[in-house]
Structures are given as C-alpha cells and as structure tokens.
Design a protein around this ligand. Structure first.
Ligand SMILES: [Zn+2]
Length: 1397
C-alpha cells in the first residue's frame, strides 16, 4: 500500500507514528495551528496532521510514540505521545500528545466521533456561557402548529417543529471588521428530512457544548436559501437563527434518527462532480488498538464527505461532515454482512483517511492501488438476475426501438469492416487450412481491394500472413504493402494467432504477440494499434493490460456472457475504458468495443435481427454457396435497381437499431465470418452489393446516414473524433462465457490437460533457452560457437512460433480435432527437443569454454520420446563405479533451494557438493503404476542454486568411496500385508489408531487411513486447519468447450486403496493408489513435504483412457475449515489474481473459473493456495471448498462446430504446491495483489524449475567443476525476470548485440509474513549491474512487444538514472511500480574473456 504515491494534494502537513500492530491510517487532530482566516466553512488552510500506525515487528511496545508534524511544508514540529489511555470495551480512546510546550489531550476521533471529535476544540476554545440555551429551556410559549421541515420555504413565516441535533459544525471565531463567531448545526426531522440552523455570536454558542438531543424549535422568518457548497444533504433552505427563535430540550426520543446516511458506493464517489457531497460507509483497517487485536474491522460512516477537485479519487471530510465509527444502524448491519461476503472486493477499495490541510479539520480520504471505475464486472454479476428472458427477434436482448429524429443533427456514420476469421488450426491443421483456404483468401483480398479504393479489409493472424508472404509474388507483396499504406488494409492485433485468454500464461501471450508484431514491423513497416479478438471464449483483463503495454490504443472483443452483453448494452456501455483494478493512475486505460450480439458472423453483426442481417450476407445468395442457407428463412438476393430501396431501408433500420446500443453516432459493423472471401466471386458478391447499397443510402439525404467500408482504425479515429469522452471505465474480466442458456464454456479450461502441461513445459524451456543463448552469444567467438549459435537461433525461432501457434483459441484450449491436436503437440515436442539439444551444447560451452566440436558431455536428466508420452527419467548407473556429475541450471533470478530427486540403480551412495564435501542425502525405493517396487531407487538431497546460475553435485556409490555420509534409507510404511519389503529398507505397517502424518519442522500433514489428506498443522503453534481431500467425478453431457454436469460430483474411489509412506531427513512422502469405482487405476496421488522448504507437493497421476470414463470429469476437492463464504481467487494469465464468487443464480458450470497457475481462498486470517504448473479450471462450490478439475473425457460433441468428443486422453501428471498461510494483520488485500511474497516465490519455483543435466561419466576425467553465476546479484523477490533474449537475428558476428529484457514487479500482500525476502523497495534495481559477464549499454525503454521504443505505452517514460557510484562505475537504476511489466532494449559488448566462477 504505497500511500507515498497517492498522497493527496494539497497536503502540507501530516504526521505518522509507529506503535505495534497493524498497518492502519488514522486521522486525528484538530487545530494544531488554528492560523487560518477562519471565516468560511471549508476553506483550505494549513497545519493539519495525519497519523498512521504501521506494522512493526516489535511486540507491543508501550505507547510512547513519536510524531512528526510538518507545517506549511517548511517547519517541523516533533510531537510525542506520552500517554495512551483506553477504556476496555469503550470506543473512545484518549491519548496525550506533547509538543514540548504543552500537553494536549486528544480523543481518538474515530472512537468517539459523534460528536466528541468536535468537542476537541474545547482544548483551545473555552465555550462561552450558554445564555441562549438557558433562555431556550425556560421559554414555554404557546405552541405554534408544527410544520414538516420539508415544506419549509421562505414563505414559512412562522414555523415550529421538533428535531434532533445531529451535527454541530465548528464554532468559528472571526476578527475582521468586528469580532464575533458563528456556528451552525444540522437537525433531522422525524421523517429523516434535514435542515441547518445557523446562529451567530451569542446565538452561536447556545448549543455548542450540548450533546445530541431532541429539541422543539420554533421561530419566525429567517428562512433563506442554503449555500449548497456547504450542505451535505438535499434541503435547499436553511434557518438563520434570530432573536425570535426558541428551542426546548425534549426527552430522548428514539423515533428521531441519529443520522441520515444515503448509501454511496466508493465507485459512485468517483462519478460525483467535484465539490459535491456524499455519504459513504466504508470499511477500513481498524484503528483502535483493542479492535485491531480482537480482529474487529470497524465500519466508518462519513456523512457529508466532500469530493475534492482532483480526479474524484479522494474524499474530504470537512467541517460539515460527520464521521461515525460503528454506528448501530440497519445500513451498517447490512454493510457488515456485505463485507463479510465480499471481503475481497471491499479490499480493493481501501480508503485511507488523513487529516490534512483544511483549516476546519479536513480529513482527506484516498485510496491506494485502486482503480476508480464506474463498472466492475463483479458488480455486474451481482446485479444481473441471469434469467435468460426472451427478447423477441433479438433473442438475448430486447425489442430495440428508435424515434427517428436521433440523427437530425448528425448523420449516423457506419463503418462496415470486412474481415475473414482464419483459425490457425481447428477442424483442420494450420497447414491444411492454409493450402485450402487462407492463401487464396489473402490473394483474393489483395486483388479485390485493388479494384476499388473504397474497399477495405482487416487481417489478424500473422502466422498465416507469414506463410503467404513466402508464396506470394513480389507484385502481390508490393500490392499488400501499398494497401496497408493507403489505409485500405489494416493489420489488427497482428499476433501470431488470436490467442486464447483463459488458459494462456502472460509469458506466452507476450511471446505470441511479439512474434507476430515484429514480423509485421519488419515486413510491412507498420505497427498494429487496434486489437481484434472476436473468437476467444471469454476475455481476460490481463490481455487488455498486455495490449496497452504493447502500444495498442483500442480493442474489439466479442465472446462475453450474453447477459453481460445485454446489461452493458442497456447502459450504452458496450464501449468502455478497460482499466486494471489496481491502477489508480489510469495508466492502463484502453478503449474497448464489445460487440453486442450472439456471434461475429454477418447475421449477428448488422443489427439485432439475424433474420434480416442474414439477407445481407451476399455469399448466401442461392447459387453462390448452397451449403449456407439463412436458418431464419429468407435468403439474400443480389441488389438491383428494383429492390434497392427496400433493401436499403431494411439495412438502415438494422444499423439504426444497433446504434442505439452505443453512445455516439459512429457505428462499427463487422462484415465477415470464418474463412470468408476465399474466392473472387465471394469477394465481389459482398463488395459490389454493399457498395450499391452504400451509394444509394449516401445519396439519399433523408436517410441521414453515411455508410462506407472501413477499417478499425477508420472507426476508432472517427469515434475519438466525436469528442465523446464519457465512456465508462470498467475493471474485471469476462469469465465464464456463456453463449446461450446454461451453456457455459468452462470445460475448455481443462480439456486435454496433457497438452496444456506440455505447453507450459515448452514455455519454461524457451525462456531458459533464450537466457542461455544470450550468454552463449556474448561469450562465443569460435567457429564452432557460431555454428552452434546459428542452429540455436533457428531452434529458438521455431520454438517461439510453435509455442505461439498453440496459444491460438483452438490450441491450448484443447478444442481442435484429434489430428490437429497431434499436429500442435508434435510441433511443440520437436521444438522442445531442438531447444534441449542446443541448450546442452550451450551449457558445455558456457561451463567449460569449449571451443571444439560439440563434446556431448551432458545428457538430460529426463526426456520424452514422443509427444503423447510423459517424460522418462534417466537412471544413473552407480554400480559402474564412476563419480557421477549432476549439473543444475536455475533459470530464476533468485536463489533457489531445491530438493533434487534422481533415479539411481543402487541404494548405497554418497552425494558431494562441488567442493567434494560429502553432504546429507536420502534414498527411497522407486514405485510406479505398473510395479509396486521396481528395484531402482530415488536419490534425494538438498541443493542451493545461485540466481541464474549453475551448480554441480556429484554422486558416487558408497562402496567405492570409503569416508562419506551415506544416503539415509527412508523408513517405509506399507498398508498391505503380504507385500515384500524391498531390500535393504525397513518396513512397518500403519498403526490403526492415529491419523497418518508426514511432517517438517514447520508443518505436519495429516491423512486418514484411506490416504486422503485431512488437515494441515502448524508444527510450532499446533494450530490445525481442516483440509480434506476428495477425489470425485462429474457425470456430464458437454463437449470440448462446454462443461455440462448432470448433477453434483460423486466419489470416484472406494475404501481399500494401497498406501506407501517413505520418511527420512530430506523429505517425507505418502503415496496413494486408491481403489477406483470403475476398476483400474485412473488416479494416483503422491503427497510430499520437503524438510528444507516445507513445500507441500501434491502430484496427481490421472489416466482416463478407458471407455468406462466416457462423460466423466475428474476433480480433486479440498474442503477446508476456512470460512470463505464461497468467494475465492483464480489467477488471470499468471499475472494477477482475480476475485471470484459463487452464485446460486448461476448453474454449477458457470461458477467454474480458469486458473493458469493459482487458485486460493481465505477467511479469518487463513489463506489456502493451490499453485499449479498448468492451466486448469477451479471452483468453490461450498463454504471453505476449493476444487480443481484434473481431466475430462467426453464421448459427445457439444454443438459448437467441432463435431467430435474428447476421447484422446493421455496419462497426465498434475502437480500442485499447496500453501497454508496465517496472516499477521488484517489489512484488506486488493485482489490483484493478494499473493504473499512466499506464494509468489512458490509459484515461480514451480513454474520455472531447475533444469538438470547429467554428466556422462567418461567425459570428466579432469574434475573441472562447472559452476557459474550469470548474475551479479539476485533480483529483489518481488521482481521477476520475465524474459531476456537476443533481438537481432542476423548479426552473430557483430560485436554489439541487441537484447530485450522484460521485468515484472509483482504486487504482494503485506498482511502476510515477509519471510526474510528482500524486496524492490529495499534493494532497487540497477540495470548496469544485473548480469555477470555483460557490459550493458544504451538502455532504452520499450513496449513489451519490443515494437515501440520510448513511446507512451502507459507507464511513465524513463531512462535509467545515471549515478556515479565510485570511480568509473555507473548505476542505471530504474523505477518499477508494483503490478508493472516493463521492457528494455539494451546493447552489450561481446567479451572475449573466459567466463569463470
Ligand atoms: Zn476462431
């Protein structure tokens, strides 16, 4: 929570103090300096202060607090709190503050707000005798008929009413021409109407020391218009108390409200005009120490807070405002309930209150790292009823109407945008589609556009364009470029593919966009600025963020829930500013156009009525394309002089109707479909018929319409040109997607998990390979090296393209046909093999400076022989009596502790570090699915790996090396009698009584006798949290896309499984082979806990390969004791966490969300996280539950065009790292930054694992040790090295090389233990000093696709600050904000020197 960045201005004076406890901000104080010219309300002055309590590690120090006060930005006054006095259970708290001149008694303004805060002025202003009060009490004149306050006006000459005084504004002394004072108080009538009474001089003093009470008031005249600038309620009148006014104290009467609060959400506050008043109820961190310690989260109500004049993101509490803590009203009770339910969302909107510069005690509230938006998708979900009401001709909408005069002053301008959606693989492979369709489409489009300069077109997929570029004639290519240059043809998005947004990881999205965008820049000479994503099955906010940081200005999306579309359309909010929910500075804003209807084809894009729009898809004219009828009946006809008037009117009507859903007089009408414009005839049918219609409409001024072909750029330029700026800001994402009824596309989060896992393996390998390439290139100067680099470069390019291809929305989604999946997987597998080969050679070169032909000294510890198979581990042949070398590359920019597990052929061995010191190790037998004990063993030991570096260990059979620490034999416990205990281990059986346990010093995992996890215990505090593991399955009838469960999940397993437990000094493991209801072993689970790291690893082997599993979807569910009220988090593309909520109004399948790498839930100070190595789907269907789907097998198609089930399941290993954390404070996290540092670190280590190389025994005669560190210093723990890669392709010989570096600084939740991690704030980052053998030069900031250098891509431009740091040494510090991705280009000088340790 960096309030540093969000400091409100003006803020000349604040102070902070630090007792123990929790990060909270407290506003307190009144007139430290009452020096303002205090003659008006709310005038800005100076000399105000704010305090904050920070968390500190000290255990409850005495309340001796240092307070620094800055006055007028110049003077400093140091105050000390000398005493803190609080009554147990009371809301009030007093403490004394000394400024060394006098002791002031302060009452905590939040604890005693009504009205004690204002009574603080009593310290400096002694009240005058209350003569008027005395008179008031004694005055008992004849009653005047009571009036309703709301009827009061300047005609109300005599008036009388009873009311409660709710708020006394500050007594103001003035000393101008004459001295005196004024005061006002607000009163509330029994019905809740409010009015203000203002008195001056003595009159003002009458009530100044009274507490809230009910009075009867009467008087005559004195009614005048109120000054709305200081009136926080609706009344337009106020009463000027005069001598005739009388008032009498009455008995307390509860029927008079104590305060009237109009509910306002923080979001609404953002919308208020400046200087308007709002009432806000808000939760904050607790500020009263007792409350902090008891974990209470008080609710503050602010009545009459003022929205100041800067960006609407703060709330000032001025003199007329009232603040209450925990008032007992119904509204607060509601709010408390709401907060319990929605903790996560509230958490994103923390208001910090500061007392600042106002002379009348202004408190300014502001939020940190919180976007100010009108719409959050979560709020939409709360609002929408999901009733799927039938809308008439627009089934999912309503009967759209218009008056007809809407365009009297401005014509409707329609941009018809021809497009062709080309899937790089779906029913057919990318190559098949290219040959049969796409190459013709591209050629056709060029020819058609050349015929008429009014014709336009947009193109998205660069993977296809690159293929066509190889085949096209120079004339065609020149034609293509000319069309782009003259604006007829626009490259939109320009990614390698149109990527999926649910399963993809941000690393791969950046890679695929960069691959496409750089190709476009290099070959066409333009950079795409408008994104076009019309087919991915739901849209992520991370994608919007990435596009923004790539320099995109506008984007178009299509597949969002039909109810969400309808809701946004009804608010004219289908065009919005998409903003990240953590972005308080609006640097992530990108304009998004959401298409309103069911689909992107022509029947669903011209207007709300598909039956009409279909008649304007001229490729459906009978005779052209007989396979494509209009399912709604009437088919199109060619446009002729006869029918043109009727047809133009029909089309005009649809355009007009559609335009009523948007704010401006600009209308976007896509014109295309899958693989369209594939023949000249088709292109002519569309272009010429439409042109006839356009010419007719444009020539007819009564139609008030200008309609033309356009590109996205044409449309968005016109849109921005309208001057309309009130597009609402929106945060959140669009999952789960439903296209109709209860058809939720949540199945594809999991479909074909085997290939989703392969994708991530390729990602982490490509990342590591890019890094190794950079260092190899910098070191390499031999002929052999250049050959190696050439091949390495080719392998990198190929792997990048194949990884990019798989990010396609029918690739990683698993929604292609079997042979297409095989094509993708084969490409990925080959890429993997190629990268691994180059990396092996590069490792040798880096470690041993080998200038000879590839020495082939290393081999991979594990590899796979076919794309459908799981990797196989190499067995180290210890009995061969060699010293075996194990070299490990850590690709992370942080030091990693990792437990190595290798397969060996003997249990008798010792492990040595690189200095040949014998170290602790453990050995356990190997078991597999096929055979319980294989006779082989698993060697286990702890490694410490340098950041971005290599470490080497040695193994040797202990018989041949006398004096070393022999591997400790694991103790085995086996569930079944009759199984032979493997030699040379000792076996026991499980005792019947207690839960089975495996443990480390910090954590113990408890299991039932069936082998399922039951609980996790903190070994030190003995606190035990229920975490019950269940293996279940859904019976379903969906398909590749749609998850469609028939009922709740059923148990998959029965009693009587097999259990093996292995325990030792390095790790403990419990292996479970449950008995399946369906026979076979469809699922096995290994639970592991590592002594060094305390990481809890759960590995699930899933094999749904038999027909008996048809239409079954297998899940693992953890039922925890954590009260999450069915709210939880899943990550968005591995970049940020998104809060999710389970709704009863949505069916089960609609409550499933994509997880790329994380799902977690929290409540009551505990958080349970599941980190994953691959994309899956997750849900929280019951209180405290978290479930992940592991695999699905479907015999049927789900009617979305694929026309097959999913039956090609492969055995898959799914690995989770579980984390149970207890928070150290209750600071509400913002959802996107809710991961702790520990969770970030676990996620990174799971996803970017060490790469293990085995030295071939014969290769190391001379015991050269290969240990190498490529970084000077590890990164701060919250900074991740996303990418480091070589950018230029043809300059291997060049001495100056160009590199790209991408960094991500994560946000993290400070209410969890820091665990000793060093973070960016403490360490900073100096770009010149990152890497070990590299001389970094000429650093420039770039967009994350490396397309735009030093252009505005949202964040503040910067060049690294140069600082002298000792003789001849420069420092290149950069500023990196939390939740920020930044890319840099730099050059580096080749070094001839050998890299040494
Ligand atoms: Zn598609």
């Amino acid at each position: 929570m960096g309030f540093r960045d969000s400091q409100p201005r003006p803020s000349p004076a604040r102070f902070y103090f630090r007792p123990a406890g929790i990060l909270v901000m407290v506003a307190l104080w009144s007139d430290l300096c009452d020096g303002g010219d205090a003659t008006e309300h709310g005038k800005t002055g100076f000399g105000s202060v704010a305090m904050s309590w920070f968390h500190s590690d000290l255990p409850k120090p005495a309340p001796s607090l240092s307070i620094k006060v800055k006055e007028k930005l110049k003077e400093e006054l140091v105050l000390r709190v000398t005493n803190m006095d609080s009554k147990p259970g009371a809301l009030t708290k007093k403490f004394s503050v000394t400024d060394d001149r006098e002791i002031l008694e302060v009452i905590d303004c939040f604890g005693c707000m009504l009205p004690g805060w204002w009574s603080m002025e009593a310290h400096t202003h002694k009240p005058y005798p209350s003569r008027y009060e005395r008179e008031g009490e004694t005055s008992k004149k004849a009653a005047i008929k009571e009036v309703y306050i709301k009827e009061i006006s300047d005609h109300s000459y005599r008036w009388s009413f009873r009311a409660r005084v709710t708020h006394k504004n500050k007594l103001i002394h003035f000393n101008t021409k004459r001295s005196g004072c004024i005061m006002s108080f607000d009163i509330v009538y029994i019905q809740g109407t409010e009015i203000r009474i203002i008195g001056s001089n003595n009159c003002a003093l009458a009530l100044s020391d009274k507490i809230v009470q009910v009075y009867s008031f009467s008087g005559s005249g004195g009614i005048r218009h109120s000054n709305q600038a200081y009136t926080p309620y609706e009344a337009t009148w106020e009463i000027q108390a005069n001598k005739g006014m009388e008032f009498t104290a009455l008995d307390e009467d509860a029927t008079f409200p104590r305060i009237i609060l109009a509910k306002t959400s923080i979001l609404d506050v953002c919308q208020k005009e400046r200087d308007s008043f709002v009432d806000v109820k808000k939760k904050r961190g607790s500020y009263i120490q007792e409350q902090i310690e008891s974990g209470v989260q008080p609710i503050i109500c602010v009545k009459g807070g003022k929205v100041p004049d800067y960006s609407g993101k703060s709330l000032s509490v001025i003199g007329v405002s009232t603040i209450l803590s925990e008032p007992e009203t119904e509204a607060v009770a509601d709010l408390r309930e709401w907060m319990t339910m929605h903790w996560a969302w509230v958490g994103t909107q923390v208001i910090m209150l500061f007392r600042t510069a106002g002379s009348h005690g202004t408190i300014t509230g502001y939020s940190t790292m919180e976007a100010c938006v009108e719409i959050t998708t979560q709020n939409l979900y709360d609002e929408i009823k999901f009733e799927n009401e039938h809308g008439g001709v627009w089934t999912q909408g309503w009967n759209v109407e218009y008056r007809g005069d809407e365009w009297d002053h401005q014509n409707l301008r329609v941009f018809v945008v021809p497009h062709s959606h080309n899937d790089p693989g779906w029913i057919k492979t990318v190559e098949e589609y290219y040959q049969e369709r796409t190459r013709h489409i591209l050629s056709n489009v060029v020819r058609s556009l050349q015929k008429d300069h009014r014709r336009k077109f947009i193109w998205e997929e660069v993977s296809y364009l690159k293929e066509w570029w190889k085949d096209a004639s120079p004339l065609e290519k020149d034609g293509f470029i000319a069309l782009v240059r003259n604006g007829q043809l626009e490259l939109v998005g320009g990614g390698w593919v149109m990527n999926d947004e649910a399963n993809t990881h941000y690393y791969a999205i950046i890679e695929q966009m960069t691959a496409g965008n750089l190709w476009v820049v290099d070959n066409i000479g333009v950079a795409p600025t408008n994104a076009w994503s019309i087919d991915p099955f739901g849209h992520s906010s991370t994608m919007a963020f990435l596009l923004k940081r790539m320099g995109f200005r506008n984007m178009v999306i299509q597949r969002t829930h039909y109810e969400v579309k309808k809701s946004l359309a009804s608010k004219k909010s289908l065009e919005f500013i998409w903003r990240q929910n953590w972005d308080s500075k609006n640097t992530t804003d990108i304009l998004c156009h959401m298409m309103p209807f069911y689909f992107y084809d022509i029947p669903h894009t011209c207007g709300p009525e598909p039956a009409v729009c279909c008649q304007f898809d001229f490729w459906r004219i009978p005779g052209y394309s007989n396979v494509l009828p209009c399912p709604w009946g009437r088919r199109p006809e060619a446009i002729t002089d006869k029918n043109i008037e009727e047809k133009a009117a029909m089309l005009l009507d649809q355009y007009r109707k559609k335009s009523t859903l948007y704010k401006t007089n600009m209308l976007l009408v896509p014109l295309g479909d899958d693989f369209r414009y594939s023949s000249a005839a088709e292109a002519e049918a569309q272009f010429s018929n439409y042109q006839k219609l356009f010419d007719f409409i444009n020539a007819n001024s009564r139609m008030k319409m200008d309609v033309n072909f356009g590109t996205l750029e044409d449309y968005f330029q016109a849109l921005h040109g309208t001057g309309v700026t009130d597009f609402p800001a929106l945060s959140g994402d669009f999952f789960a997607y439903a296209d109709k009824e209860d058809d939720y596309w949540s199945g594809y989060y999991v479909t074909r998990p085997f290939y989703k896992a392969l994708d991530r393996l390729l990602e982490e390998t490509l990342r590591a390979a890019n890094i190794l390439f950079v260092f190899t290139q910098l070191k390499c100067n031999s002929t052999f090296g250049r050959l190696l680099l050439k091949e390495f470069r080719q392998n990198l390019v190929l792997a990048t393209e194949n990884l990019a291809l798989f990010q396609h929305h029918d690739g990683i989604t698993g929604t292609a046909t079997n042979h297409v999946v095989a094509d993708y997987a084969d490409r990925m597998h080959n890429s993997l093999v190629g990268l691994q080969k180059s990396m092996l050679a590069s490792v040798e070169l880096l470690l041993f400076n080998q200038k000879k032909q590839n020495a082939n000294w290393f081999e991979l510890e594990q590899s796979r022989s076919h794309f459908t198979l799981l990797p196989v581990k190499k067995v180290i042949n210890l009995t061969a009596n060699h010293m075996h070398r194990v070299t490990i590359f850590n690709p992370l920019a942080m030091i990693v502790d990792h437990v190595m597990v290798l397969l060996v052929d003997s249990p008798l061995f010792c492990v040595f570090d690189k200095k040949m010191r014998s170290i602790k190790s453990q050995v356990a037998p190997e078991w597999t699915k096929e055979s319980l004990f294989t006779g082989r063993h698993r060697a286990q030991w702890e490694t410490h790996l340098p950041a971005l570096g290599f470490e080497t260990y040695f193994l040797m059979e202990s018989n041949s090396y006398g004096f070393c620490q022999k591997a400790v034999l694991a103790t085995l416990t086996i569930s079944e009698n009759g199984i032979a205990c493997p030699e040379p281990y000792q076996c026991t059986t499980f005792p019947n009584s207690k839960d089975i346990q495996i443990s480390t010093r910090t954590q113990t995992l408890g299991f039932s006798h069936s082998g399922f996890m039951k609980w996790i215990k903190d070994t030190q505090t003995q606190e035990k949290i229920r975490v019950e593991e269940e293996m279940l399955y859904y019976s379903t009838q969906g398909g590749a896309y749609v998850f469609s469960p028939l009922r709740e999940a059923d148990p998959l397993v029965e009693k009587g499984g097999l259990l093996i437990m292995a325990q030792g000094p390095i790790m403990e493991e419990l292996h479970l082979v449950p008995k399946s209801k369906f026979g076979g072993k469809p699922i096995m689970r290994s639970a592991r806990i590592f002594k060094m790291t305390s990481i809890v690893e759960m590995e699930y082997y899933v094999e749904l390969t038999g027909r008996v599993f048809d239409n079954k979807e297998v899940i693992v569910r953890f039922k925890t004791g954590i009260e999450n009220k069915r709210t939880f988090f899943t990550d968005s593309n591995g970049f940020q966490a998104v809060a999710r909520k389970t709704y009863d109004k949505i069916p089960l399948q609609g409550n499933y969300y994509p997880m790329s790498s994380l799902a977690c839930l929290q409540g009551h100070g505990h958080r349970f996280s599941v980190h994953s190595r691959q994309a899956l789907g997750a849900a929280s269907l019951g209180n405290g539950w978290l479930e992940m789907m592991l695999d699905r097998r479907l015999s049927t198609d789900d009617g979305r065009g694929l026309e097959q089930g999913i039956m090609d399941n492969r055995p898959v290993n799914i690995v989770f790292h579980l984390l149970l954390e207890k928070n150290i404070s209750e600071q509400p996290p913002s959802s996107s930054q809710m991961q702790s540092l520990l969770s970030h670190s676990i996620g990174a280590k799971l996803n970017y694992q060490p790469i293990v190389y085995l030295g071939k025994a014969e290769a190391f005669e001379n015991s050269e040790v290969g240990s190498l560190v490529l970084m000077q210093k590890e990164f701060p723990c919250d900074v991740h090295l996303v990418n480091l890669k070589s950018l230029k392709s043809s300059h291997e010989r060049s001495d100056v090389l160009q590199y790209g570096l991408t960094l991500y600084r994560s946000g993290w939740d400070r209410s969890y233990e820091k665990n000793g991690f060093k973070v960016y704030d403490e360490q900073g980052l100096n770009l010149f000093d990152i890497f070990q053998p590299v001389q970094v030069q000429n650093i420039v900031q770039s967009s994350i696709n490396f397309v735009h250098d030093s252009i505005q891509v949202g964040y503040i431009e910067q060049t690294p600050r140069m600082e002298r740091a000792g003789p001849g040494k420069r420092k290149g510090f950069i500023d990196l904000n939390p939740m920020e991705l930044q890319a840099f280009k730099f050059s580096a000088v080749k070094q001839d020197a050998t890299i040494s340790e």
